[in-house]
Design a protein around this ligand. Sequence first.
Ligand SMILES: [Zn+2]
Length: 847
Amino acid sequence: MSSFLTSLSEKYQLYNEDEAINVIFNYFNQSSKPYDDLLENLSQLINSNNNNNNADTNLINFLVHSFLQWKNQFNKSLSTSIIDENILNNFISESLPIVCIEDFIEIFQIEKSYLINLLKSLLIYPTNSHIYKRTLNIIVKLNYQLEFQPNEILLPLILNSKDHLIDIYLDNHLQYEEYLINLLNHLYENGGKKIQDILNNEYNMKNITFNKKTLSKLAVRYWNLYGNEQNERYPNLATLQNKRTLGYLINVKYNNINDDKTMSDECWNELVGDIVQGNDDLSEYFIEILADRDDIAAVKYWMAQLDRPYYTLPAWVQKYIHIKQNSESKATPCQQIRKENSTIDYYNVPLENNEIIFIDSMPAYERLLDRLFKNNNEEILIGFDCEWKPLFNHTSTSKQRISVMQIALPNEIFLLDLLHFFHTCDSESIQQRLANRLFDNDYVTLLCYGFKTDAAMLVASYPIFDRALLSGKTLLDLSLVQNELLTANRGIFPYATINNNNVSSKDKGLSEFVRLCFGKPLNKSEQCSNWERRPLRNAQILYAATDAYCLVEIYKFLLNNLQSSDYLKAFRGRKPKKLDSTIARQIDENFQDTPNNNNNINQSQTLDDVSQISNEIKRPSQIKFVVDNMLYGLGKELRVAGCDAVILGNDDPHTDAIRYARAENRIILSRGAPYNLLRSHTVEGRCWQPPLNIPAKQQCAAVLKHFNVKILPEDIFSRCTLCNGGDFAIVDGRDMRILWCNMNNYLIKDLEPDLINYKSEMIDIDRMTLYNENVPLDLTGLTLKNYRSYEEFYVCRKCGKVYWQGTHWRRRLNRNTLLTENESIQDDNDDDNSDDGIIFYDAESTI
Ligand SMILES: [Zn+2]
């Protein structure tokens, strides 16, 4: 290395940025050919940068940036040098860190058209190659997305379902999101029948093969994410989504796939009508499906409903109707079953209709508040439930919202119109008052049943319920009581043995609970109806009222029969398993959904406001660390707990921590002298020294406590402890068995005769990688003794490390949950003395 580079890297590593800049300025001031010297020094740095060390990357970036500064400040007149094309191409396509590409382009005044041509030539590499990903990232960095035709970049990614690359391309920019949705909408012109033509004629993509189903899923997913329900703007995608919903409803009716949920014909017709009415394409599509299902009665019914006379239908449907009319059909078996259903004697609410109050105006809402707050300091019992319109084809991004909230008091049942009314009460305090009274009050007992789903939906629909729900002290989930009573086999149910039907005696649902107490089940046939429609049908109102009121009745029944209220009271505030995590996850998603919220988090974390940092409860996904190498064990433990933690390498300068902290908004954890140095360079509260001389696990607990991070079971091991990657592929145990045999030179026919014809789904056995990935898999710790013991494995996509849920995992899971729930450090009697934190291994097999 030249004396210039040696001196530069010395200054730089000591965090003497000013001096480092002086070194650079002096060097180029004395240089007779500064451009050549810059290139020469960059090459040297890059060549010594064998292991992709971040320190070197930062130094390269620093050099390039300082050169640009030097040129702009002192040497504006310096004429730009012409760079050799091969060298330039190599810098851009391979060697130069992406962070300094922009500065580099400016220094050498490289023309945009030249760059675009170069980038285009690189896009021919396979999408899973390093070069392709680098090229995509450069394009995004330079904001060049729209300089390329759809067939050059976006369409290949769409057709091959490269969602993660598409997400890189979108870069959270509204402009590109709209571009993507428009392109997808265009592909689905004419109900998706023209995709091949469009690809062929407009984008010159001949004979492209792709999976139709996967493509439509992808389209619906992005439509849900970025379409914002703009049906008129993206009609084809709206139709696509509706077709998928129709397909599901057809399955519910004709294949009975909706498990235990019965659906009345009225309710089914309503849901279907909602989708197809007024849409010619969908009407025709729907009638065709009915004909295909050979339901002539339904075909005729919907022809009339949708105003589609015989002659407007496709020829084959006309023919079908014609044939059917000649051989007069009988009633469909489906309808016969429904008729039998209607003879069942169901549980009814013992209240008059005028005692069921639908709230969709302020005066009615005040009446509810009046009732709820009438006797502020007296105990009050409330039956609680929520209803929402079902989405049948949900992708993970579908937006569902609660429509009606039922609040049942002993003599009145209130149905609060959340969707159309509550939502418009813009004064937050009006909403918050209700939320607090219902979920966070010492005098209220809120009876609910299987509250977990309701809670998630509530927070998703109305974030105002966040805090109150996290307290949740009022909740008394009767499903827990039911489970415990049935398990303990306490003979308090008068109708326990009367029902001979085996199926429902095992069914622990609310309907069964009602039957056990009162001898009649609940009528659930409106459960999946369209709760967004107003006015609600009478059957819906009765259903909603009954669902909440029966909880009050059950409670009273139990109180009378148990002869002591203590048993029941002990359930108050006891939360169903995973309730907190469900709510917390939903809160996370709310943050991610709305860009505004997201900004708020970032702002609050970058502000000097220390209290903000330590008081707000955070989830691991909301906080990132950079950890000094001396606290290596702590870094690993943080990853185990699901926190994003960069651990500096042995040779990395401490100042790298500052760069990470600034660039990626990370909190610095360090100790000793470096801590004092780093702290003086960071915002107050963003650099912390954990307690020293205790095991890493306890340090980790202290860090989580200090920054108020709440860890839930599913966070444990959600990151790779080796590389900090957060993306795992779940691999079938059989795939791994074949790979293991192969890597250890066993013949499949000897060790795994069962798998001799088995084709691995996820793993490319020959290359020893995941399909479409390049990282070789690391099976360390998997032995002849244990390699068949697990049904699934987790592969870190970033480094290839293979994990499984061994004894370490189970032990850690228990300890970590305990540790955060009790907010105290459990005595560390773990038999594992190693502090290295690599713990996914099965202890018996690795040691
Ligand atoms: Zn990894």
